[in-house]
Design a protein around this ligand. Structure first.
Ligand code: RB5
Length: 174
């Protein structure tokens, strides 16, 4: 069973079990509140062999989180990246915005267990993290739990299909 409770800097052995060819391609995004954590996460993921597309922000200058959530969500929607990771102050606004993009299932997670479960049961394809909730080491640990988990399928697929059906509904109803 994958670890669920350890908080700290994951070792390279834990996260490098797969070759980079097998690893998911990651789109990263942040606002000003998540910028530093995003930079540190990018450095870690690249050193662990992940293919990372950095969609900004590029500094701690104040920006609007939906702009970056939508960029990352669209990259996942269009198949340019397999998974997305977003960092803002709490992860909440990023997830709200990303979940408006069809086919995207964004999960806020503040610990390794919920990050792993969001992949195994909910087939989340975007993780939203809070840099005002977790420190940079915890953010890396939670992100690695997300990236190394696999969707369990089976009964969970039926439930995901019910969520995906909502993408087919007209945007505005009378
Ligand atoms: C920015 O101050 C903050 O609102 C944003 O980073 C995020 O926490 C929104 O959900």
């Amino acid at each position: 069973m994958a670890r669920t409770d350890r908080i700290g800097f994951p070792s390279m052995m834990e996260s490098s079990g797969k070759s980079s060819a097998q690893k998911p391609r990651i789109a990263l995004g942040a606002d000003h509140a998540g910028f530093q954590a995003k930079e540190s996460l990018k450095k870690y993921l690249e050193s662990a062999g992940y293919d990372v597309s950095d969609e900004g922000a590029w500094s701690e200058e104040s920006v609007d989180y939906p702009d970056f959530a939508i960029k990352v969500a669209r990259r996942v929607q269009q198949g340019h990246n397999d998974l997305g990771i977003l960092v803002c102050g709490t992860g909440i606004g990023m997830a709200m915005a990303a979940n408006k993009v069809g086919g995207v299932r964004a999960a806020v997670a503040h610990d390794a267990l919920t990050a792993r479960m969001s992949r195994e049961h909910n087939d989340a394809n975007v993780l939203a993290l809070g840099a005002r909730v977790l420190d940079e080491h915890q953010i890396i640990d939670v992100a690695v739990s997300f990236l190394t988990a696999q969707f369990a399928g089976g009964r969970h697929q039926r439930r995901i299909d019910k969520i995906s059906e909502l993408d087919q509904e007209p945007k505005h109803r009378e």
